[in-house]
Design a protein around this ligand. Structure first.
Ligand SMILES: [Zn+2]
Ligand SMILES: [Zn+2]
Length: 101
């Protein structure tokens, strides 16, 4: 069953203020919201700037935020997922070692 992420009560407000503060600019590649880019479907589209939680702690009211365009955001989400996979793998390995002893 997919678990729905919880967001802090102040998230919508923080998100809006953060985007205004950073002038709707991607912090990875510097693209602006009003710039036209090729989106992940291969179509020309406005670079939608989104606010990402680099630490994944969406329920933390003081969480560190980063503004990313849609394509940078996708990449970061993949990287986070891969890191989680690797951590799960490492846990499996240490369990395996424990059984070998
Ligand atoms: Zn970007
Ligand atoms: Zn994100």
């Amino acid at each position: 069953m997919p678990t729905k992420k919880k967001y802090a009560a102040n998230w919508q407000k923080r998100r809006r203020e953060y985007l205004i503060g950073i002038h709707y600019t991607c912090e990875h590649c510097g693209v602006r919201r009003d710039q036209v880019v090729v989106n992940r479907h291969g179509k020309m589209d406005g670079a939608g700037i989104q606010v990402h939680h680099p630490n994944g702690d969406t329920e933390n009211p003081d969480a560190i935020l980063i503004a990313l365009c849609e394509s940078c955001h996708q990449k970061d989400e993949w990287r986070m997922r891969r890191r989680e996979d690797r951590e799960a793998e490492l846990t499996m390995q240490s369990v395996g070692r424990w059984y070998d002893q």
